[in-house]
Write a protein that binds this ligand. Structure first.
Ligand SMILES: NC(=O)c1ccc[n+]([C@@H]2O[C@H](COP(=O)([O-])OP(=O)(O)OC[C@H]3O[C@@H](n4cnc5c(N)ncnc54)[C@H](OP(=O)(O)O)[C@@H]3O)[C@@H](O)[C@H]2O)c1
Length: 321
């Protein structure tokens, strides 16, 4: 594994991190989930990304992760970076959703209890909430860090202007925002215009979610929808309506380029992100150990020639997702 400093901080993150949004819930194969977490750690993946609502059902990914970590990796706690988040709907009523201090404070306690951890390494506000003053959400993050419930704070899915305001508010109170978590991939280039430059200016790390566009940036959907794939699952977030002929044509062309580079499309897609100096780490979501190992292989070649980059630009400049 290779590691990179997260923005202008002293925290090194692995170039590949493992996310538990899908494939680690109560509905999933617990044996494979355990194997993936242990294999990831053996491969130097020190960072595991959770949120209160990951499952399904919500909360079950944290429960499973806590049991697996406490059974197998308890004595390695200081070698791990474990993150969680709150922001999307988690429980009924007005205090289980959004960015209020009430929600964030209650949610981190629930998440710590589910995972049986004493603290998270990173705690995120999962989304910007226009109905809560930004100052309130940011103050809750600062206080969570000061209380020792998280070592660092981060934000996710914030529009660039609100992210910059949050960074300034946090800096003024000497609790710097460590990291921004955002979607980015060969099929989703929007972050390049605003949020990535804003993050670089602020010295905040950028960690990518859905780097494989939930599996679209692999060869798996080139000939239909495989059984058990995310798109085929009722609780999967990849909608069949997203798998359009246009997307498949783009993915096929990218797949040919990957073959010329002697990489799988998954490897090339991750390598393309990791080639960018602004990207700290990519969070992959995998449903098997073999997918995880394939993704780690991308580290064997994250270099692109100017010619390859030009070809990629010509294929992907349309925002397809
Ligand atoms: N902050 C946020 O709002 C937010 C939102 C989304 C995600 N996230 C974080 O980012 C993590 C990753 O997101 P994601 O799961 O969408 O990531 P992703 O890596 O883009 O997609 C993961 C899916 O791609 C397929 N896949 C992965 N590696 C493969 C390979 N080598 N070959 C073939 N197929 C492969 C698998 O699909 P199958 O299941 O079909 O096998 C897997 O479930 C999440 O777990 C979560 O931690 C955060």
């Amino acid at each position: 594994m290779k590691y990179k400093a997260c923005g202008e901080s002293g925290l090194q993150l692995p170039l590949i991190s493992l996310g538990l949004w899908h494939n680690f819930g109560e509905v999933d194969d617990r044996t494979e989930a355990t194997k993936m977490i242990l294999e990831a750690f053996d491969q130097g993946i020190t960072h595991f990304d959770l949120a209160n609502n990951y499952g399904p059902p919500p909360g079950s990914a944290e429960l499973n992760f806590g049991q697996i970590i406490n059974t197998h990796l308890k004595h390695h706690r200081d070698e791990l970076i474990i993150s969680s988040k709150a922001g999307y709907p988690m429980w009924n009523g007005p205090y289980g959703n959004g960015g209020s201090r009430k929600y964030l404070m209650a949610s981190i306690d629930q998440s710590l209890s589910r995972t049986c951890l004493d603290y998270f390494d990173i705690f995120y506000s999962h989304r910007y909430d226009a109905e809560t003053p930004l100052e309130e959400t940011v103050q809750a993050l600062i206080d969570i860090v000061r209380q020792g419930k998280a070592i660092y704070a981060g934000i996710s899915n914030y529009p660039a202007d609100k992210a910059q305001q949050a960074y300034a508010l946090m800096k003024a109170q000497h609790v710097r925002c460590l990291i921004y978590q955002g979607k980015y991939s060969l099929l989703f280039r929007e972050p390049e215009t605003e949020i990535i430059p804003a993050n670089s200016n602020a010295g905040v790390g950028y960690i990518v979610f859905s780097p494989l566009a939930q599996g679209l940036l692999t060869d798996k959907y080139l000939n239909g929808i495989p059984e058990n794939s995310r798109a085929a699952k009722e609780h999967g977030f990849l909608q069949l309506s997203q798998i359009t002929p246009d997307v498949i044509a783009t993915v096929s062309t990218l797949n040919e380029l990957a073959k010329l580079r002697r990489q799988t499309l998954a490897e090339m897609s991750l390598a393309w992100l990791l080639n960018k100096k602004e990207v700290t780490s990519v969070i992959v979501g995998t449903s098997s150990v073999s997918q995880l190992l394939n993704n780690i292989n991308c580290l064997n070649n994250i270099h692109f020639s100017d010619e390859e980059l030009k070809i990629i630009e010509s294929i992907t400049t349309k925002h397809l997702l």
